[in-house]
Design a protein around this ligand. Structure first.
Ligand code: HEM
Length: 515
C-alpha cells in the first residue's frame, strides 16, 4: 500500500532514481581511488548484494569467487564483507595480518547467546579474551587435561556402542546424529560439571529440557539475521528473532542457575575439582560481582557445549555418509582396524596414531564437509591491506573453507571423495597447512581442536570396528542425497539413518560401569 502511493508520485520516482544514480557514482568513484577487492557491481542502495545469497551462502560465495577471484568484496546491506577463497589468501588473513583481523563483529543473535560478548568466540581481542583462552587451554583442553579425562570418554563411547548393540538386534535403521550427540554431550557435561545428562536411564524431564535448549540455540545461531545488515529494519524484527532469543535466554538462565546453585551447595563435600570451580576462580580474579560472574559462567559453559558437540557430530555423520556412499573406503578402514586392533579387544585412544587410513578418511571428510564452512566471521578495526587490496575498517572477513578445500590449485579432482589423496602427504589439521583448515588457524584457531579430533576419531574407530554399516533396505549408495543445510554447523540435509550389524564377540559390547 505504502509502496503503491510512493510509486504513483512522479516527483518521488525521480528523486529515487537520482539517489540511486548518485549512490552508484559515489561507489564507482571510491572504488577507483583505492584498490579494493573486486566484487559484483553495481551495489544497490539499502540491500547492497544481499540478493546474491541464497539458502546455502558458502556455496553461493564459492560460485561468485569463480567470477571475482580468491578475494572479493561484497556489500551485504550496509556492511562491507570480504570473502577469502584460496589457501594463499587465507594465509594473508590468518597468519600475515592475523593481529589486525582477529576481532569479531557484533551480531544480534551471537550477542544475546553470549550474554553480550562474554564468551571466547564472541568477545573481541583483549585481556578478557586472552585469559579465557588461557584457562580453557590450561584447565580443560591441554594434553594433560585430556589424558586425565580419558576414562570419561571411554565410558561414554562404550555406552554408545552398547546401546547400538542392543538396538541393532532388531535390524532397524538408527539415527546416527542424535545417538552420537548424546554421547559427546555426556562427555562434556561430565567434564564441565560432573553430570551426565542425555541418553537412556536418566531423568527424562531434565534430559528433555536440556535437549530443547541446545536444539533451539543451534537452530537460531544458524539464522541469517537481516537486521544485522540492514539496520533500518532492526525495529521491525521481520524474522521474529527477538522473541525467540528472549525465550531461549530465559530457559538457559533457569537451567544453568540450577546447576550453579547445586554446585555451590556441594562445595563443602569431597568432590574433585571441575571446570565450574575453575570459572568461579576466574570470576574472583576479575572481581566480578555475583550477577555478572554467573552470566560469565553461563555464557562460557553454554558456548563449550555448543561448540564441542554439534561440530564433531556433524563430522561423524558426514564420515559415515561418505563411507556408506563409497563402500570400498569403508572396507579399507575396517581392514586397517582388524590389522591393528584385531577382533578380540576394543580400540583404545592410544591406537589412533597407527590408524593412518582412518585419519586420511577424517581429513578427506573435513575437506569436503567442513562443519563450519565460513568459520566464525573475523573483523578488522582499522583499515589494512590483504594481498595488495585495501580493506576498509570494520569489514567482516569470511574465510570460505568450502571454497578453499575445493581449490583446483591444490587438489586434483577436488569434488571427488578420495581419502587416498592424504596418504602420501604431511598435511595435517593443525592450521599450518592453509589448504585444509577445518579448525581455522592463527590466534582464533579452535581451542578445542585436540578434543574435537579425539571425539571424532574415537567414535568412528569404535563404530567401524564394532559394526558393519548398511543403508536401509531399498536405498542405493549412488542415489544417496548429500545435500547440506546451512546452520551454525553445516549438517546433512537428510539426517543419516543406517543399519548396524555387530562384527565382534559379544563380550566386547558390555555396558560400562560409570565411575
Ligand atoms: C570437529 C570439531 C570442531 C571443529 C571442526 C571446530 C571448528 C572451529 C572453527 C572453524 C572455529 C573458528 C576459528 C576462527 O574463527 O578463526 C572454532 C572456534 C572455536 N571453537 Fe571449535 N571446532 C571443533 C570443536 C571444538 C571443541 C571440542 C571446543 C571446546 C571444547 C571448541 C571451542 C571453540 C571455541 C571456544 C572457539 C572460539 C575461539 C576464539 O574465538 O578465540 N571447538 N572452532
Amino acid at each position: 500500500m505504502v509502496f503503491d502511493v510512493l510509486l504513483l508520485s512522479p516527483l518521488i520516482n525521480k528523486l529515487v532514481v537520482a539517489l540511486v544514480v548518485f549512490h552508484i557514482f559515489v561507489q564507482w568513484f571510491c572504488f577507483t581511488q583505492l584498490k579494493r577487492p573486486p566484487g559484483p557491481f553495481p551495489v544497490w542502495p539499502l540491500v547492497g548484494n544481499l540478493f546474491l545469497l541464497g539458502k546455502i551462502p558458502h556455496q553461493d560465495l564459492h560460485k561468485l569467487s569463480k567470477t571475482y577471484g580468491d578475494i572479493m568484496e561484497l556489500k551485504l546491506g550496509s556492511v562491507h564483507v570480504v570473502i577469502i577463497s584460496s589457501p594463499q589468501m587465507a594465509k594473508h588473513v590468518l597468519q600475515t595480518h592475523d593481529h589486525l583481523l582477529a576481532h569479531r563483529p557484533k551480531a544480534i543473535i551471537s550477542q544475546s547467546i553470549s550474554y553480550g560478548g562474554l564468551t571466547m568466540a564472541f568477545s573481541s581481542q583483549g585481556d578478557y579474551w586472552r585469559r579465557l583462552r588461557m584457562i580453557h587451554a590450561s584447565e580443560l583442553l591441554n594434553a594433560k587435561s585430556l589424558r586425565a579425562s580419558k576414562n570419561v570418554r571411554d565410558e561414554e563411547i562404550s555406552s554408545l556402542v552398547h546401546d547400538y548393540f542392543q538396538d541393532c538386534k532388531e535390524g532397524k535403521p538408527m539415527d546416527i546424529y542424535t545417538r552420537s550427540r548424546n554421547a559427546s554431550f555426556n562427555v562434556m557435561t561430565r567434564l564441565l560439571f560432573g553430570k551426565r545428562y542425555l541418553g537412556s536411564g536418566l531423568s527424562i524431564k531434565e534430559c528433555e529440557e536440556f535437549s530443547d535448549i541446545i536444539n533451539e540455540e543451534t537452530s537460531i545461531l544458524g539464522v541469517f539475521n537481516i537486521s544485522d545488515f540492514v539496520p533500518l529494519l532492526k525495529p521491525f524484527d521481520l524474522q521474529g528473532i527477538i522473541p525467540r532469543l528472549n525465550k531461549i535466554r530465559l530457559k538457559v538462565d533457569q537451567f544453568f542457575d540450577k546447576i550453579i546453585q547445586n554446585h555451590s551447595r556441594e562445595e563443602s563435600s569431597n568432590r574433585s575439582k571441575d571446570f565450574l570451580d575453575v570459572m568461579f576462580s576466574f570470576n574472583e580474579s576479575y572481581g566480578f560481582g555475583k550477577r555478572h560472574g554467573d552470566n560469565v559462567i553461563k555464557a562460557v559453559i553454554n558456548e563449550i557445549l555448543e561448540a564441542s558437540t554439534d561440530t564433531s557430530i556433524t563430522a561423524i555423520e558426514w564420515v559415515l555418509a561418505e563411507l556408506l556412499k563409497h563402500p570400498k573406503f569403508m572396507k579399507k578402514a575396517q581392514d586397517e582396524l582388524d590389522d591393528v586392533i584385531g577382533q578380540d579387544r576394543v580400540v583404545d585412544e592410544s591406537d589412533i596414531p597407527q590408524l593412518k587410513y582412518l585419519q586420511a578418511i577424517v581429513k578427506e571428510t573435513f575437506r569436503l564437509h567442513p562443519p563450519a564452512p565460513l568459520m566464525v566471521p573475523h573483523q578488522n578495526m582499522e583499515a589494512c591491506e590483504i594481498g595488495g587490496y585495501h580493506i576498509l575498517p570494520k569489514t567482516q572477513i569470511f574465510v570460505n573453507l568450502w571454497a578453499i578445500h575445493r581449490h583446483s590449485s591444490t587438489y586434483e579432482n577436488p569434488l571427488e571423495f578420495n581419502p587416498d589423496r592424504f596418504l602420501q602427504t604431511n598435511v595435517d589439521l593443525k592450521g599450518k597447512h592453509f589448504e585444509l583448515l577445518p579448525f581455522g588457524s592463527g590466534r582464533r584457531i579452535c581451542p578445542g581442536m585436540s578434543l574435537g579430533l579425539l571425539i571424532v576419531q574415537m567414535q568412528l574407530a569404535r563404530l567401524l570396528h564394532s559394526f558393519t554399516w548398511k543403508l536401509p533396505k531399498g536405498e542405493n549408495p549412488q542415489d544417496m542425497d548429500m545435500g547440506e543445510v546451512f546452520g551454525m554447523t553445516t549438517r546433512k540435509a537428510i539426517p543419516l539413518r543406517a543399519i548396524a550389524i555387530a562384527r565382534l564377540p559379544q563380550h566386547l559390547y558390555l555396558a560400562p560401569q560409570f565411575t
